[in-house]
Design a protein around this ligand. Sequence first.
Ligand code: ZN
Ligand code: ZN
Length: 645
Amino acid sequence: MAFIFDKYAGNINALCKQGRLKEALAILHYMLHQCVPVDSKTYCFLLQGCSKLATLSHGKHLHSHILKLGFQHDIFVGNNLVHLYSKCGYMADARKVFDSIPQRNVVSWTAIIAGYTHKGNAKEAIKLFDKMDKEGVKPNQFTLATIIKACGSVEAFEQAKGIHHHVIESGFESDTVVQTALLLMYVKYGRIENARHVFDRMSERGTALWNAMITANAQSGSLKEALALFHGMPEPDVISWTAIIAGHAQNGYGEESLNLFKEMQKTNLKPDGFIMASVLSVCANIAALESGKQFHAHIIVSGFENDVVVCSALVGMYAKSGIVEDAYHMFDKMHQRNVVSWNSIILGCAQHGKGKEALQLFEQMVQGGIEPNEVSFVGVLSACSHAGLVDEGRCYFHSMVHDHGIDPDVSHYTCMIDLLGRAGHLDEAEKLINGMVIEPDAYVWGAFLGACRIHNNMELAINAAEHLLDMEVNDAGIYVLIANIYAAAGRWDDVAKVRKLMKNRGVRKPPGCSWIEVKDRMHSFVVGEDSHPQMEEIYALLRRLSRQMSAAGYVPDKKFVLHDVEDEQKELSLSHHSEKLAIAFGILNTTPGATIRVVKNLRVCGDCHTAIKFISEIVKRKIVVRDANRFHHFDGGQCSCGDYW
Ligand code: ZN
Ligand code: ZN
């Protein structure tokens, strides 16, 4: 009898290990049918078989057998049940079994802690870990690795540090599983030095860990470290290259990133569409058009011309760099387009004030059978907003909700408030805010406030300002806007109050900064710049331009000296705002007639806007300025935004 029984159990075990659960269950049923006694060990094998496949239906059935047979107090059976329920995410059931195990050991605790961690309930996992410690059960390497992971996923850095002590005490400091968990946890908290400390002590370091270290360093701007790690790595893979290339590009080293990309092409590794797309979007964000164009050439050479992800990124890159024609051309050539490709071109047109074109494209997309998503509607509504198309905007907002079933989020509301408010429909805008199903955020109120200011409605403006001040926003631009509203109303005490609030809340306005790419290199300028080697020439040119502008009828708008007083107060002269410095640098360093493209981190001020119109006429150049909000194409004394921004 014992022989037969062991043979059955052995077979069940083997089948479960191979994932052949159904066959194992058939043997069980045969045993039960033939009245062969089944022991608790056999149930453990079967439960493990269920866990392996993460299937609960058979598991529940087995659980009922177990209860009938009275095996539930067996610790091995109990642990396997906890493990199975945890793995399938049924934490209430797992907990019930766990609580009923009379003498829980480290395996029981680890199973339940892992269950909560995977389910995303890190707080409960940490609580249980503390309880386990109090009950005197010593963790093993798997418990430690799991709890470290839990600490990395919530704000629990103090606990995480405590667990690091546990690791040292329990002698698991050189265990690879534990070290990996520790390293990834430190990376998550941005504690790169701690991560490095763990990394340096590891004897086995897989490619994934090297990549985690490179990515962490690159993203925090420690490019030297990242590069040293990268070169020290036994065998960099595509992910390592992506991290190092994107890291350089994101930190403004477009040229270096392009060189690294070329280096990668000499290896046997093939860049994937993801690298291409991410590098392109970085080029777009820093407006590194020259680098972007070189990538474009590489894309053609390396056969990515038909990759929909890469091509959509190219469209986005050209659109964001201010060359809508090229973006459109690129889009036109695509054989296959998905919603991302359409969104790239729609958003591109919207940002450039080509509202009608954006709407036409949207209609084409829908007619072509592509279902628009939330991003498409951000494009459409901002197109309406930038072009002042109020009726169309109302229609699309309605259709988004009713025809496409998309719940508006704050970005849709912000576009609508902006559109209605700027067109003077302040009451309607206010109604929309009051009827919002989600909490209006600072951008919604900010858009409303901006509109109130344009239409000189002090009462509504001050009401909006008060809402904003209650929200403890972090965006310095909003405080400046509020201060300006109070200043315009002559409420100087309130102006002082806003400034004080800003200081107390630690909000700092980033200095105005503009970038221009000349011959593959990005040059950045801040207001009142004096460190640039060509500064004397730049100021001389601005003085000359200033005289020509005055002769042509330009009058500096002194109001904006006050407007930007927070960030640019040291420099009272309007002529030294960063975008003017960058434009002057561009005039000096590019061939006559070439288009000048500048990116600014804040909104362009009204005076600069007027001045750039004059400059475009005087120097006979097209000047494209991308500010924090939109694009301005200056040409022959006019701007594409029609002074509406
Ligand atoms: Zn300015
Ligand atoms: Zn403009």
